[in-house]
Structures are given as structure tokens and as C-alpha cells.
Write a protein that binds this ligand. Structure first.
Ligand code: RFL
Ligand code: PHB
Length: 389
């Protein structure tokens, strides 16, 4: 098979890129290791920045998002008894939207056939070839047959564990990594949220987050040591822990219910440079990971894809190679700022095992500063709604 751009991975990055390229008249094919149901079963992001909402609107695929998304004008930082509200809307004039990654992925998936976007699910043994030259190709197996896609470019949208990043020679790359000493244990339940706005809590017992997917579906997290297993956390234990960490006021409004999903996600900060090598462009989690504090991961994937689609469309429409050459630097400039925000909010809101009284005093002082300073609140708010692309 021959195409202009071979896209590896049909998560949000791969599907968004595919749709944006099709809208620009660029030929592309997406290949995905999993089945559609498996992809939709992964419970991940919940908070969308303007950049992500804007791309869905530009594609005309935002009908459900506008109908069902919950517009959030602020969020809260809780420290013991105190709740610090960050009034994002009045500080920045912008809002975020609560709309699950599952739903965005479903919207993109269902619209693919009608937009001429071919997505091949259930492939295996994906390998990238000749990425140094201008005629790369991808090989894979599907239904027992060997297959090959020849393309002008390959977009690596295959997440943190995919083969794309690994195809770039180590000598041409640099990795930055911070692994955190805890994971987030998440629970999804069909119960009304305890608060209309998110609450990130730093409690002596540890971190907690109260989030949601809809007025009838809640998403909560607590941080746990990496040695813990989901089986150690029957629903009742998790609800008890959430009530303690979120504080008495929120606890009084928590509705308990059986877990629809419960899982532990490790926390990591990671950046791979450069995000382009020859004819391969990396987008989303294949090039970088942020800890989920601040809800940046999916939104960064969307901004990468915005830059990549612009560069690829420029190449195929005008033969302009400059934007391709500049893709990595442009994307990384935004990636590093989101890495900084996610890392600093993680640092502020979690109790690290190695921390002593001084580090804790620094957290208290920073939260005090934020509580009393419009400038500090504005800085958090502008990062939370998303820096400009
Ligand atoms: P994905 O979603 O991992 O998709 C990659 C796709 O590539 C496929 N793949 C392959 N396909 C073919 N061949 C191979 N060899 C392949 N290997 C892999 C995979 O099956 C998959 O379908 O990466 P993408 O598209 O870059 O999207 C990134 C986001 O998924 C991720 O950043 C977010 O989920 C992060 N995240 C959050 N981001 C936000 O913006 N807001 C949030 O509120 C938020 N909350 C979260 C999160 C991530 C979490 N976890 C579990 C890590 C909460 C959690 C708990
Ligand atoms: C979520 O709803 O899953 C969520 C919300 C905010 C975050 C991370 C995850 O920072």
C-alpha cells in the first residue's frame, strides 16, 4: 500500500492527526495494535484545554462534546481544612471542558469512515524502516499476512511503549526522565460527583483528586506506594480513604458506589528529544509523558498534532520543508512548559517519602502564597487552561 503519511497508533494523537490531514487533502493510513473496543475501554484523561476543544470544533466533530461536555470555570487546591479556589474563568477569560478521552476517541473513531480516514485495527509486529531517507516504509502483520505501507512520512503516535521512538538511533537522541515514588489509584463510578469543580487535595495521608465525567459519573484518585496492588483496595477501603483525604466538607457530599473501573497508573515525567528524525515525526505520549496532576497529557498530544498537521500540510501543498524541519523545536517549546507545570503541581500536592519538615514547610508556604496572591493564581490558571499554541 502507498500513502503520503503512515500513522502508527489510533489513540487520540493518531486519530486527530489522521482527521486533520484528511481535512487538508493529505492521504494517510492509521494502523493500531488493539481492537476498537480495547482502545475505548482505557479510562484516562478527563479535562480538555481550549486547544483540544478547538481542534474538534475545526473538524466539525464537536457536537457531542458541546452537548455533553461540562464547562469548568475553576478548580480547587485543598490543604487540610482549607480550599483554595482558582477562578480560571475570571483570571484568564477561558475555561476547560470535562469530557472523557474515551468519548473524544469514540467521536474520532466513528467519524473516520465518513471522512475517508482508513484505520486498520488489530495489527502486530509493526516495524519502521528507512526513516533516515525520504522513502520510509512500515511493515506489520494483519490476519496472518505480511503487509507494508510505503509513505513519504511516518507519524509515531503509538504512545509510550510503541516502536516509533525506539526506531530513532540513540546517538541522535536525548532522554530526560523523572519517575515518582507513587502511583495514582483511580476509581470510576456511576455516582454524582461530590463537587461541581475538581478538587486536588494534599492531605497528611496523601494526595486525592475528586473529578468527574458527567453529572452522574465520578472519577476519583488517591496516590499509593508503587508496591500496592488494586486487589489491596476493595471499594469500601478506597471510599473511606477518599473521604479522609478530601476533608469533611467534601466527604459529606461523596456518594459511594461500585467501581466500574479501578486501576493504578505510575507517575512519570519524560521527554525525548528530538521529536523528529528524518522522515519520522513523534506526537503525544510516544515523545513525552507528564504526571497526570494538571491534566496535560492528552492536551499536549493535541498541540503536537496541531503543529505536525500544519507542517505536513505545508509540505504536501507547497513543498515547504521548513515547517517539517522546525516541527521538533516548535512542539518541544510547549512540551517543556507543560512538563514544568505538571511537575510543579505534582511537587506541591503530593507528600514525597523523602521529604522532611523543610519540604513540607515549603509546600505550606507556597499554598499560602497562592491563596493570597492573584498573580500566583493567574500563573496557575493560565497553565491549567493551556498555554497558547
Ligand atoms: P495513547 O493514548 O497511548 O495511544 C497510543 C496508541 O498507539 C497504540 N500502539 C500501537 N499501535 C500499533 N503498533 C504498535 N506497536 C503500537 N503500540 C502502541 C496503542 O494501542 C494506542 O492506541 O497515546 P496518545 O494518542 O499520544 O495520547 C496520549 C494520552 O492518552 C495521554 O497523554 C493521556 O491519557 C494522559 N492523561 C491525561 N491527559 C490529559 O490531558 N488530561 C487528563 O485529565 C489526563 N488524565 C491521563 C490521565 C493518563 C492516565 N493514565 C492511565 C496514564 C489520567 C490517567 C490515569
Ligand atoms: C480525570 O478526570 O481523570 C483527571 C482530571 C484531572 C487530572 C487528571 C485526571 O489532573
Amino acid at each position: 500500500m502507498k500513502t503520503q503519511v503512515a500513522i502508527i497508533g489510533a489513540g487520540p494523537a493518531g486519530l486527530l492527526l489522521g482527521h486533520l490531514l484528511r481535512a487538508e487533502g493529505v492521504d494517510c493510513v492509521v494502523i493500531e495494535r488493539q481492537t476498537p473496543d480495547y482502545v475505548l475501554g482505557r479510562i484516562r484523561a478527563g479535562v480538555l484545554e481550549q486547544v483540544t476543544v478547538g481542534l474538534m470544533a475545526r473538524l466539525g466533530l464537536d457536537a457531542r462534546l458541546r452537548d455533553q461536555g461540562l464547562v469548568e470555570e475553576g478548580f480547587n487546591l485543598a490543604d487540610g481544612e482549607r480550599l483554595i479556589r482558582i477562578d480560571v474563568a475570571s483570571l484568564t477569560g477561558k475555561t476547560v471542558v470535562v469530557y472523557g478521552q474515551t468519548e473524544i476517541t469514540r467521536d474520532l473513531m466513528e467519524a473516520a469512515p465518513g471522512r475517508g480516514l482508513q484505520v486498520i485495527y488489530g495489527v502486530s509486529d509493526v516495524a519502521l524502516h528507512d526513516i533516515d531517507g525520504d522513502a520510509p516504509h512500515v511493515t506489520y502483520r494483519k490476519d496472518g499476512a505480511d503487509c507494508r505501507i510505503d509513505a513519504r512520512f511516518i507519524a509515531g503516535c503509538d504512545g509510550f511503549h510503541g516502536p516509533s521512538r525506539k526506531a530513532i538511533p540513540a546517538a541522535a537522541a536525548k532522554e530526560y526522565e523523572r519517575v515518582y515514588p507513587f502511583g495514582w489509584l483511580g476509581i470510576l463510578a456511576d455516582v454524582p460527583p461530590c463537587n461541581p469543580e475538581l478538587i486536588y487535595a494534599n492531605h497528611p495521608r496523601g494526595f486525592a483528586l475528586a473529578s468527574m465525567r458527567s453529572p452522574t459519573r465520578s472519577r476519583y484518585y488517591v496516590d499509593v506506594p508503587l508496591t500496592e496492588r488494586v486487589e489491596d483496595w476493595p471499594d469500601d477501603r478506597l471510599w473511606d480513604e477518599l473521604a479522609l483525604r478530601l476533608g469533611p466538607e467534601a466527604a459529606a457530599r461523596i456518594t459511594r458506589g461500585p467501581a466500574l473501573e479501578k486501576s493504578i497508573a505510575p507517575l512519570r515525567s519524560y521527554v525525548f528529544e528530538p521529536m523528529r528524525h528524518g522522515s519520522l515525526l513523534l506526537c503525544g505520549d510516544s515523545a513525552h509523558i507528564v504526571p497526570p496532576t494538571g491534566a496535560k497529557g492528552l492536551n499536549l498530544a493535541a498541540s503536537d498534532v496541531h503543529y505536525a498537521a500544519e507542517a505536513l500540510a505545508g509540505y504536501f501543498r507547497r513543498g515547504d520543508g521548513d515547517a517539517i524541519a522546525g516541527y521538533s523545536a516548535r512542539a518541544l517549546a510547549r512540551v517543556w512548559k507543560s512538563e514544568r507545570f505538571s511537575w510543579s503541581l505534582t511537587r506541591l500536592m503530593h507528600r514525597f517519602p523523602e521529604d522532611g519538615p523543610f519540604e513540607r514547610a515549603m509546600q505550606v508556604a507556597e499554598l499560602d502564597y497562592i491563596a493570597g496572591s492573584r498573580a500566583a493564581q493567574l500563573s496557575i490558571a493560565e497553565n491549567y487552561v493551556g498555554l497558547p499554541v
